[in-house]
Design a protein around this ligand. Structure first.
Ligand SMILES: [Fe+2]
Length: 307
């Protein structure tokens, strides 16, 4: 299977679109790339958008969008999902136009309830390169979800979606790359007692991006909730902070890259704090506490109980 190009974009629910747009533009360093029908688009690449902000009561994850390597890769994934009994919802043409997408469909990830979207292509933003401002953002890096059915969720992401495990913190966290995309993780799952968006990550270019962010956030009273620290699994230096709704956002610098073939096997790490941060850095309890997962279809508690 040809697989994935990359994690393409995150659609986030926020309580005040213009306030959050201002934050992601001025404090995080994304570039605004248009507003339509109440949605604010921002980018950190040549794509139409890498973040889409929607107004909603409960801040958190609306959906995650994955760009496939090709139309065939999208078809192959659709066939595999259907064979597993997963319902596929084609994104209507009017919405695809709004989002700048080619063919696209959505599913509900069975364990987390998160909406995943897969598409073959996203329009480029007028061929204009992304111009970094306050941080040299390289790309939208990854997101992590908290989930109760941790083992089931790991199985679905690997066996059905075709992600590859890069490392695991035993029974706690599973880091997966969107094969053949080389980066250590595009998606992470954390074993928890709830389903929640844990954080959204942007990869930056140099250690100075982390240092400057600490000063910028302190001046702007943006809460830093963890770090600076270093993750042993990926080797990334990290800084976690909160957006205006309290959604956790991460900058990370440096990440292991994997070859398409002959990659090292996944490591299993001890489920201890040092496996997550070997600098034992500052940690605020507000980290990863806001991030409701919006369901694609209305939540049906009877069906959920039976599952
Ligand atoms: Fe992360």
């Amino acid at each position: 299977m040809e697989g994935y190009e990359k994690l393409g974009y995150m659609a986030l629910n926020v309580s005040d679109v213009s306030r959050s747009k201002d934050f992601y533009e001025k404090n995080v360093g994304l570039q605004a790339s248009g507003d339509a029908e109440g949605i604010a688009f921002l980018r950190c690449s040549e794509d139409h958008h890498n973040i889409a902000l929607y107004g909603a009561d409960k801040p958190g994850l609306k959906r995650a969008g994955f760009e496939m390597k090709s139309a065939k890769a999208l078809d192959d994934l659709g066939i595999r999902l259907a064979s597993q009994g997963i319902s596929i919802l084609e994104v209507p043409a009017a919405e695809r136009k709004l989002l700048g997408l080619g063919r696209a469909f959505r599913i509900t990830e069975p364990s987390t309830g998160a909406t995943y979207e897969f598409y073959d292509d996203m329009r480029q933003f007028g061929g204009q390169p992304f111009k970094p401002t306050v941080a040299k953002i390289q790309r939208l890096g990854h997101f992590v979800l908290k989930v109760r059915k941790f083992d089931e969720a790991c199985r679905f992401h690997t066996e059905v979606l075709g992600f590859r495990i890069s490392d695991r913190v035993d029974g706690m966290i599973c880091f997966m790359r969107c094969h053949p995309n080389p980066y250590h993780h595009g998606v992470g799952l954390g074993c928890a007692d709830e389903e929640l968006l844990h954080h959204v990550n942007f990869m930056v270019t140099e250690v100075d991006d982390i240092g400057r962010a600490i000063s910028r956030f302190n001046k702007a009273q943006v809460p830093i909730v963890n770090g600076p620290g270093r993750h042993p699994p990926s080797g990334s230096m990290f800084l976690y902070y909160l957006d205006p709704d309290g959604i956790t956002v991460e900058y990370s610098f440096g990440m292991e890259e994997f070859p398409v073939e002959g990659a090292r096997k996944p490591r299993v790490m001890e489920p201890i704090k040092a496996s997550i941060d070997y600098w034992d850095s500052f940690l605020d309890p507000r980290k990863a506490t806001v991030g409701a997962i919006e369901r694609l279809t209305p939540f049906d508690p009877v069906k959920e109980k039976a599952a």
